[in-house]
Design a protein. Structure first.
Length: 205
């Protein structure tokens, strides 16, 4: 069975909007695009999640951003190996316009993305990895189909913007599988699903 892995860059207060550049996503008046770059540097990208075969799972806005960027990155550029991996990977896209998916190896998830991903998880192939795509992530977290979280947590508070978690997120327990900190202060974490939320009380309460 294939895993569905959320791999995302997030601020300390949970914002995931426009990490890569000022004009990446200005919706809602977001004014802090490009907030990861002051902390870029060492550390394996997304904790190594892209070091093995994967399929991408993308919302339409993130797909369009990626499709306009990664095919233009040469293989010998600093992140050329990521560009090659993204360009070659199968892209499963939540979109109302499947006829406009021009980036190679792109496929529409259809009218019910969650059902389509459940079916993909039951099949053979590499793990399914999400990037960005806040609206789609909220659907996946509410539907309880996410198996792992790979979070790069940046030492910045952004205040507003699109967030990783919303009120619809399904309650669940997680186990920290690994963590590391880069010299720039970025916390690289890997969480696994660990059953239901467990509760209790201090003695005397």
């Amino acid at each position: 069975m294939r895993k569905l892995i959320v791999a995302v860059m997030t601020s300390l207060d949970g914002v995931i909007q426009a990490p890569g550049g000022p004009d990446e996503d200005r919706s809602g008046g977001f004014a802090h695009g490009g907030w990861v770059w002051p902390h870029a540097g060492d550390g394996e990208v997304m904790g190594g999640v892209f070091s093995r075969p994967f399929d991408l799972v993308l919302g339409r806005r993130t797909y369009d951003i990626f499709a306009n960027y990664w095919p233009q990155v040469p293989s010998d550029a600093p992140h050329g190996h990521i560009a090659d991996a993204f360009n070659n990977a199968t892209k499963h896209v939540a979109t109302y316009h499947p006829d406009t998916l021009a980036w190679r190896n792109s496929r529409a998830l259809g009218t019910d993305p969650v059902a389509a991903l459940r079916e993909l998880k039951r099949g053979e192939g590499p793990d399914l990895v999400t990037q960005g795509s806040s609206d789609l992530l909220h659907q996946l977290l509410a539907a309880d189909v996410v198996d792992e979280l790979r979070l790069l947590v940046y030492p910045v508070l952004l205040g507003d913007g699109k967030r990783l978690f919303d009120a619809g997120t399904r309650a669940s327990a997680l186990r920290l599988a690994s963590s590391a900190t880069t010299s720039a202060g970025v916390l690289v974490t890997h969480y696994l699903r660990d059953g239901e939320v467990r509760t209790g009380a201090f003695a005397g309460h």
